[in-house]
Design a protein around this ligand. Structure first.
Ligand code: NDP
Length: 488
């Protein structure tokens, strides 16, 4: 980062929930930790009416409510003067001119700028066009970067189109597409578990691993997002981005180095090694379901077929993973809020001990809550001749690093964008390859209405059809085993 130049962070849609809930608390914490550039300002741009003072009060209220850390009045008072507000219309070039004039006034010369699109993606192209036509993307001495919030497209065609639109004004290395899952410490730790240790990598393949389960379960329903969610559904909301990203981190080859392009090359290779499914394969390898009562939710169509739960069975066609199923599932209104990855190893080739219960070793990466890593293995039960019992080696973040060690994902991502490190952001080809896997599933679901839409009980672990998906392979969802490990 060029420390000499002043840095402006311009947030479009700054009147919204994301700015108040996540962005400002994250920037405040970076400021308190001394990680922000020496000279910086944050400018909120949106249609709503705010004075600077009113905007600051609104953001302070949000920080008090949503920040997961303590801050003092003095800390806020030194941060707040950096915050300004510019009211304007997203489609009006004159308002961009005003923004530019205002920025030029506070920056006092060449400066770095991050434009954060914290609003619906349908507005991105117009905003980028206006920034471009008013010369604000031109790197005259300082850099220009644009952070794009999710969702990036609603299918492959719309993602390709959006990429084309933003590439008209920006180079790919100026674009930071957010998938906030990648900013989570526990998600980054997947790579560290794999590549900062020697013991896992030699067995991290089809010779030792029987299958992988990735679960991102939400306990909440639609909350305030019903209008957005109905018609979007779980595949677009969770699988195209978060679940496929988790899969790439578990499955990728070691990158040549820990830099953005090497890392993202390996992720794209994993996605490219998964074959898009035919409609027949979608019927067999996917489950779609809706929780009972979904259609009675406000703003949801009474005949909606939007899935609030999905499970997929995927195969990665490369030497490392050939024949190893990856089972992915996610849903709303499930029994618990829980994100975890289970690496289930093969059973020993034979039962050598007379009282041995055949159990597989299991490595569980708990992404949230109670973040940590647990390894299940078999031990001799004391005072028996030869009985075995499963035991657990465990690492909890809170115990090892303290309760407050885990920062908000947005904090890490904003810092990386300020420092020009795009490793934890998704690249154009990565987003499009992910959509090319999700699209055929969506099309089969929406056009052929197959597999049939299942129904599940709220506060359950999903429909029985998802159990059958694994039972056909002689397997089962292992949340009971994983929960036992966590609570022991
Ligand atoms: P909001 O719906 O609160 O929108 C932000 C602002 O954008 C609004 O205050 C409004 O500002 C403007 N806006 C919204 N919709 C329209 C529209 N149709 N036409 C014109 N202006 C509009 O969004 P959030 O702040 O919740 O989220 C922003 C982005 O971040 C979205 O893409 C969302 O998917 C993503 N996101 C949000 C998360 C969250 O926790 N909120 C979490 C993860 C991702 P005004 O009227 O003042 O111009």
């Amino acid at each position: 980062m060029n420390q000499e130049l002043s840095t402006s962070i311009i947030i479009f849609g700054a009147s919204g929930d994301l700015t108040q809930r996540k962005l400002i608390p994250s920037l405040l914490n970076l400021f308190i930790k001394g990680r922000m550039p020496q000279a910086f300002q944050i400018i909120g741009f949106a249609g709503s009416e705010f004075t600077d003072e009113h905007f600051r009060e609104h953001l302070l209220e949000g920080a008090k409510k949503f920040a997961a850390f303590e801050f003092s009045d003095d800390e806020w008072d030194s941060f707040a003067p950096r915050l300004r507000y510019q009211q304007g219309k997203y489609a009006d070039a004159a308002d961009y001119k005003k923004l530019n004039d205002m920025l030029a006034g506070v920056e006092g010369g060449a400066a770095n700028r991050i434009y954060y699109m914290a609003l619906p993606p349908t507005l991105f192209p117009a905003i980028i066009d206006n920034l471009d036509s008013t010369g604000q993307l031109h790197e005259n001495g300082g850099w220009r970067r644009v952070i794009l919030e999710k969702p990036f497209g609603t299918n492959l065609a719309s993602a390709v189109k959006l990429n084309q639109q933003v590439h008209k004004a920006l180079n790919e290395n100026q674009i930071y597409r957010i998938d906030h899952y990648l900013g989570k410490e526990t998600v980054q730790n997947i790579l560290f578990t794999r590549f900062a240790n020697t013991i896992f990598e030699p067995i991290w393949n089809r010779n030792y691993i029987d299958h992988v389960q990735i679960t991102v379960a939400e306990k909440v329903g639609l909350e305030h997002r019903a209008g957005f969610y109905d018609g979007v559904g779980i595949l677009r909301d969770m699988f195209q981005n978060h679940l496929l990203q988790l899969l790439t981190l578990v499955a990728m080859e070691p990158p040549a180095s820990f830099n953005a392009s090497h890392l993202r090359n390996e992720k794209v290779k994993v996605l490219s090694a998964i074959k898009p499914m035919t409609p027949e394969q979608v019927t067999v390898n996917s489950v779609r379901a809706q929780y009972r009562g979904y259609r009675e939710e406000p703003e949801v169509k009474r005949n909606s077929t939007t899935a609030t739960y999905a499970a997929l069975r995927l195969f990665i066609n490369n030497w490392r993973w050939h024949g190893v199923p990856f089972y992915l599932r996610s849903g709303k209104k499930l029994a618990e809020k829980q994100s975890q990855i289970i690496i289930n190893f093969k059973e020993p080739p034979l039962a050598m001990f007379p009282m041995q219960t055949m159990k597989s070793n299991m490595l569980v990466l708990y992404l949230q809550p109670d973040e940590g890593v647990h390894l299940r293995f078999e031990a001799k039960a004391p005072d028996t001749v030869a009985e075995t019992r499963s035991v657990d080696m465990e690492f909890h973040y809170a115990e090892a690093f303290g309760q407050t060690a885990i920062p908000e994902a947005y904090e890490r991502l904003l810092l990386d964008a300020l420092q020009g490190d795009a490793s934890l952001f998704t690249r154009a080809d990565e987003v499009e390859t992910a959509w090319s896997l999700i699209d055929p599933i969506l099309q089969t679901w929406e056009t052929h209405q197959t597999p049939p839409l299942a129904v599940y009980r709220p506060n359950s672990w999903g429909p029985t059809e998802a159990d059958s998906l694994l039972a056909r392979d002689g397997r089962w969802w292992m949340q009971n085993e994983a929960t036992t490990m966590l609570n022991d």
